[in-house]
Design a protein around this ligand. Structure first.
Ligand code: UFG
Length: 337
């Protein structure tokens, strides 16, 4: 199949482009390069043995987007492109809604014009808002705690309504838990701009000496060791989840939410220990106050994806940390060299 991947040069996008190419699909990557480097897809091309077709387009450029989608003639779209920093979304809500919600509306219209109505959307476990019960099933109550989360929530609703109005649409709402790690080659990985907000990229930068120590946000949660528990999922497992979702969407109409997680929770200190083992030295940390908006524990019930997609995450926390470390140590400054 021919797959258009928006945000294809980004972290999860680049890994998914590689997985699709390896499965024998044709891929057109679309990216504004606002928060990604074309070097990621150059390396994906090396790994796949096929050059990646990258079109530099912004989703907010309605005409440019429509031209690109019509020209790409995709059978399906994987839609990653969007803004994703929680703190930034609180400071600049309008930009977040315009880009994430408005950009998706433009994409839906462009896909209609191209006669392509199959989409896997990059949603997030953040749509579960204030989690009250774990493991989290897809039918848990939805909500959000910041504009980024609301933008994902709104896009899910838009896509559900689009699929309800026109039965030619097939949409997967893929709710990611905490994607970490890198391709085992160490050639592609996560390259955050500025100081990372997320745990594993921050630990990785501490391990290469870019920061003195990790600040653990809260040691008094009601969890195994008092620190926050999350469902970390290897980015290659996540990429494979997209492939499984696309295959399923070619035979089913309507909108479907699927959790992409492992079903296992790990605490911050367990991640620190796994990363220390992977990099061969202790990662220094200090425990400080809780981070506002954080919940104690969030992890998936992955049973629906297992039964409907035939997909389960296989890779361990040790592999996630080993692969993140291979990427970080070989590319201490990410793609900028
Ligand atoms: N943490 C620290 N120190 C840090 C960074 C994080 O202790 O420097 C802790 C957090 O308190 C939390 C855990 O590590 O307990 C994971 O934090 P992340 O920021 O890596 O991830 P979150 O679970 O907070 O958020 C992630 C994504 C969001 C997404 C959300 C969905 O970053 O985009 O999952 O649940 F919305």
């Amino acid at each position: 199949m021919r797959v258009l991947v928006t945000g294809g040069a980004g972290y999860i996008g680049s890994h998914t482009v590689l997985t699709l190419l390896e499965a024998g699909h044709d891929v057109v990557a679309l990216d504004s390069l606002a928060n990604a480097s074309p070097e990621s897809l150059r390396r994906v091309g090396d790994l796949a043995g096929r050059e990646v077709d990258l079109r530099v387009v912004d989703l907010l450029d309605e005409q440019g987007l429509t031209d690109a989608v019509v020209d790409a003639r995709p059978d399906a779209v994987v839609h990653f492109a969007g803004l994703k920093a929680v703190g930034e979304s609180v400071a600049e809500p309008e930009r977040y809604y315009r880009t994430n919600v408005g950009g998706t509306l433009n994409l839906v219209r462009a896909m209609d014009a191209a006669g392509c109505r199959t989409m896997a959307f990059s949603s997030s476990a953040t749509v579960y808002g204030r989690v009250t019960q774990v493991p989290i099933r897809e039918d848990a109550p939805l909500g959000a705690t910041n504009p980024y989360g609301w933008s994902k929530f709104m896009v899910e609703q838009v896509l559900r309504d689009v699929a309800a109005a026109d039965e030619r649409w097939a949409v997967g709402l893929l709710r990611y838990f905490n994607p970490v790690g890198a391709h085992p080659s160490g050639r592609i990985g996560e390259d955050p701009t500025g100081t990372p907000n997320n745990l594993v990229p921050f630990i990785a930068q501490v391990a290469v000496g870019r920061h003195e120590r990790l600040v653990v946000h809260g040691g008094d949660y009601d969890t195994v060791d008092g620190t926050g528990v999350r469902d970390y999922i290897h980015v290659v497992d996540l990429a494979e989840g997209h492939l499984a979702a696309l295959e399923r969407l070619t035979t089913t109409a309507g909108a479907h939410a699927w959790n992409l997680g492992t079903g296992r929770g790990s605490s911050v200190l367990e991640v620190v220990a796994a990363f220390s083992a992977a990099c061969g030295h202790e990662v220094p940390y200090e425990v400080r106050d809780r981070r506002p908006g954080d919940v104690a524990a969030s992890y998936a019930d992955p049973a629906l994806a297992a039964s409907e997609l035939g997909w389960t995450a296989e890779r361990t926390l040790a592999q996630m940390c080993e692969d993140a470390w291979r990427w970080q140590s070989a590319n201490p400054n990410g793609y900028a060299e």
